[in-house]
Design a protein around this ligand. Sequence first.
Ligand code: ZN
Length: 135
Amino acid sequence: MEYKQIATYDNYLLANMTLGMLQENEIDCHLKDEYIVTVDPLLNPAVGGIKLMVSAHDFPAAGVLITEAENEYLKEIPCPFCKSCSLVVEEKTDRPDSFWGRMKNLVAYGQEELHQKYYRCQGCGGKVDEIPSSL
Ligand SMILES: [Zn+2]
């Protein structure tokens, strides 16, 4: 069975919550590098966070579930700047055109493409890197 990385997490709790949610929906998935991050958070940037791996077969369904769950969760989270509950997910993929650009990412991060994920407040336009944890 082939597995693909669907998301990365700096936050151990969030990674496990998402994993549990997917497993409840009978998605075949697991966490990778969880152990390293948990033992030593300082190593986190080096390994690129906790990786959520989903079987290629369940990948599209998992993507839908994650987005739904996240948007649901975001409705409850006030913006750290203006306190309005209007955060939305924004994603950016950096895939360099040049061979050397991709090689650089591969060497530095272990993958050719860099996915960036953050949250944007529709109220004040502020950018939030990580969901303010209310767990
Ligand atoms: Zn705001």
